[in-house]
Design a binder for this molecule. Structure first.
Ligand SMILES: Cc1cc2nc3c(=O)[nH]c(=O)nc-3n(C[C@H](O)[C@H](O)[C@H](O)COP(=O)(O)OP(=O)(O)OC[C@H]3O[C@@H](n4cnc5c(N)ncnc54)[C@H](O)[C@@H]3O)c2cc1C
Length: 521
């Protein structure tokens, strides 16, 4: 069994958290080993083909997880260099300042973070500049203060989306340009990698023009002398020294062999479910309930947003190519109803529907429909994504069985808020004329609740906090119970807010990276 070069830092996982952390540390010359269970996502024509992407699930791991009843399901997880960001929509939102404090929801409390928005703000700016985000700070009335404007102007609306935006503004809403991480220069298209196509949200980018963690953070390190990346390297266990206070070696299954690696600092960034899994399966005599789990908090408080994808159909065609340019936060804190004084959430656009994607996303609805009719329907579709915050519930949790398989127990909450947000969207659509120009006799919205397998926004399984009895990590994302173990991915979220999580994971990775540089000297 070969070991072991000694590194300054081992990072497990190369997604939004791990990839960004590696980028931060590498610049300071630290000797880094990146361990990634997946491989590079191949650049192939299938990247931009909805049949393999949405129907065949070509880029989804064949892994099986189990729900609370023991029923198996295939989680929509993506094991590649870059992690879930290879498939993400690159909507790179900051949390609102209030999200860092306590917020009362219909089903309970969204707890405060140990840091405030103002504490986090400098790292949000750094993450926006690293990930080349387009946007316009100040346009969203619920957004917090910023120290630096976005590096790029907001991506322009195409005519149909501009029309919707103008009409909503005239009706008193506050639509704003959605923040988006793509390598697009609209002033000089010749300098753009991005061709502004429709294959963005949910697709890998064939031309590497999406600001994902591989393209932005990991790929630039491949020639760095101080960084080693091992792919197809699944970390299966973390061993501790005889005191139980230090991770002494990282056990890796790679191409059929077991290998061990050592580092001064070990960072787990395997995604919220897999980070919890790794800690739980690293139980030993000092940590009988799992590594860093004396509090019994590892794996608990799993959140993934109470989300819906909604397709609104209008009589007039929607020929938009790049649709994710509009957001609406009018209901983020305000339900618009004094009898219901709770927040509802965020409304944004998603990638443009096409017939094949509809077939993949909603097979029961479309099973009997011939393909041509789906395409025709899709041409008239305007696509929205609704996000309501789900609350951290200790019973919503990741556990593992004797075989090391993930079991995910989850009961949804804040459903009333989610339903109200959907009704607010319907009212809003009436303003943009979809009541008069629908394809059916009445407004026709295909509504899809995101089931358990849709774990794209998973978070919360190793929350950070000041109290070791109620949190796994301290404020620097170091495990309370170990001296050299950190968790730097969406696991650390004590609450998830109602906007997409990746930018917060990236900003936090830069924050922790700067802490580690200081610690390592
Ligand atoms: C289709 C889709 C669309 C999305 N759209 C958006 C969006 O528009 N905006 C947004 O903010 N967020 C979006 N997200 C969510 C966003 O991608 C995630 O929040 C973010 O990537 C989470 O970062 P992470 O570091 O926690 O995990 P990941 O990015 O998933 O990284 C985890 C990494 O760890 C690796 N790994 C796992 N286990 C092991 C192991 N045992 N050993 C070694 N490596 C391991 C994985 O292969 C992976 O590379 C989307 C996600 C999906 C799937």
């Amino acid at each position: 069994m070969p070991t072991t070069d000694h590194y300054d830092v081992i990072i497990i996982g190369t997604g939004a958290g791990g990839g960004t952390l590696a980028h931060t540390l590498a610049a300071a010359g630290k000797r880094i080993l990146l361990l990634e269970r997946g491989d590079f996502l191949p650049r192939e024509t299938e990247n931009w083909d909805p049949q393999p992407v949405f129907v065949d699930g070509r880029y989804i791991s064949p892994e099986t997880w189990f729900d609370a009843d023991g029923t198996p399901f295939q989680p929509q997880v993506h094991y590649f260099v870059g992690g879930a960001t290879k498939l993400y929509g690159a909507a790179l939102y900051r949390l609102r300042p209030q999200d860092f404090g306590e917020i009362t929801h219909v089903d309970g409390i969204s707890p405060a973070w140990p840091l405030s928005y103002d504490d986090f703000e400098p790292w949000y700016s750094k993450a926006e500049w690293l990930y080349q985000v387009h946007g316009s700070h100040g346009a969203d009335p619920t957004g917090g203060p910023w120290s630096k404007q976005y590096p790029w102007p907001a991506v322009s609306h195409e005519p149909r989306i501009q029309e919707i935006s103008d009409t909503l503004a005239a009706a008193g809403y506050n639509p704003f340009p959605a923040p988006c991480g793509i390598l697009l220069d609209e002033a000089d298209r010749a300098r753009s990698s991005c061709i502004r196509c429709t294959w963005c949200d949910g697709y890998p980018c064939l031309v590497h023009a999406k600001s994902d963690a591989e393209t932005i953070a990991v790929r630039p390190l491949l020639t760095a002398p101080n960084v080693t990346l091992l792919v197809q390297a699944e970390v299966v266990k973390l061993d501790t020294d005889p005191t139980g206070r230090t991770v002494s070696s990282v056990v890796v299954s790679r191409r059929g062999a077991i290998e061990r690696y050592e580092a001064d600092i070990v960072v787990v960034s395997a995604g919220a479910a897999n980070s919890a899994k790794l800690l739980l399966q690293s139980a030993n005599e000092h940590h009988p309930n799992g590594l860093a789990n004396g509090s019994d908090q590892v794996g608990r408080n799993y959140m993934f947003h109470n989300s819906k994808a909604v397709v609104a159909l209008a009589k007039e065609p929607n020929d938009t190519v790049f649709q994710k340019t509009l957001g609406i936060n009018d209901f983020y804190f305000d339900s618009g109803d004094h009898g219901f004084p709770f927040p509802l959430g965020n409304i944004q656009m998603v990638g443009k529907s096409n017939g094949w994607a509809m077939k993949g996303e909603e097979p029961k609805l479309t099973l009997l429909a011939p393909h041509w009719s789906l395409d025709d329907i899709a041409r008239h579709a305007v696509d929205f994504w609704l996000t309501t915050e789900d609350l951290p519930d200790p019973d919503n949790r990741v556990t593992i069985d004797g075989q090391g398989s993930v079991h995910l127990r989850y009961t949804s909450n804040n459903d009333t808020e989610a339903t109200r947000l959907y009704h607010e969207l319907k009212k809003l659509l009436n303003h943009v004329g979809m009541a008069q120009h629908h394809v059916l006799d009445k407004n026709f919205y295909m509504q899809m609740n995101i089931p358990l397998a849709g774990c794209a926004h998973q978070a919360g399984t190793c929350r950070f906090g000041d109290d070791p009895a109620t949190s796994v990590l301290d404020v620097n994302c170091k495990a309370h119970e170990l001296d050299n173990l950190y968790v730097v991915d969406t696991s650390f979220f004590p609450s998830i807010g109602a906007v997409n999580p990746a930018l917060t994971a990236m900003a936090n990775a830069i924050r922790v990276g700067e802490h580690l540089i200081e610690r390592l000297g």
